[in-house]
Design a protein around this ligand. Structure first.
Ligand code: SAM
Length: 184
């Protein structure tokens, strides 16, 4: 079974329910301001941004606010339960610059060089997102001047090293806990 099919699995969606509650909990909002962390990614109005593994949407609405009406946020997750929840939130917020997609981020289906910025926020390291497959796909869809922003949970020193070792991205800076890379 591939990740695409796994994302539809009732058992998996059920197993991930408690994680979804934690992701969107008040305690998390109290401990962490999603907007402040997003500001570390240097999102600019009008950009086309891909959010990999949007989960229940902790970063989604604030990211879309930073992008504004002229830009577009593609919020992607493999789990159908999560994408349904995010779609509802987007509808309630009345935002038209977000496209929620249920898809395996290892094979996004997005056009080559079509994205200004990729957000990997709280998604790596993750067993279904091996860096040796994820990074080439992110490199493919990013525009030549595009960039990658990574917020790590849990903080894992080997991840920034692996990103550099891939040879696909150049380290730019770390701001508000977010590692920023330029596409090579
Ligand atoms: C720890 S959660 C983080 C969610 C969100 N970014 C946040 O910080 O609240 C990781 C998310 O990545 C998603 N994910 C894992 N593997 C994926 C894949 N191959 N393609 C798309 N999404 C994936 C999971 O379904 C889950 O929603």
């Amino acid at each position: 079974m591939n990740t695409e099919d796994l994302g539809n699995s009732k058992i998996l969606n059920l197993l991930f329910k408690p994680a979804g509650k934690l992701m969107g909990s008040r305690a998390r909002r109290w401990l962490m301001n999603p907007m402040k962390t997003l500001q570390g990614a240097g999102i600019e109005p009008g950009q086309t941004v891909l959010e990999v593994g949007c989960g229940t949407g902790f970063f989604t609405i604030p990211a879309a606010e930073l992008i504004g009406d002229q830009g577009c946020l593609v919020a992607m997750d493999a789990l159908s339960d999560y994408t349904k929840r995010v779609s509802k939130k987007v509808q309630v917020a009345g935002l038209e610059n977000i496209s929620v997609i249920k898809r395996d981020a290892l094979d996004t289906g997005l056009d080559a060089e079509s994205i200004d910025k990729v957000l990997l926020f709280g998604v790596i390291p993750f067993p279904f997102l091996p860096l040796n497959r994820l990074l080439p796909e992110m490199h493919r869809i990013l525009k030549t001047e595009g960039s990658l922003a990574v917020w790590l949970f849990p903080v894992s020193g080997w991840v920034p090293k692996s990103i550099l070792k891939s040879g696909l991205f150049t380290y730019v800076r770390k701001r508000n806990g977010v590692y920023n890379y330029r596409r090579r």
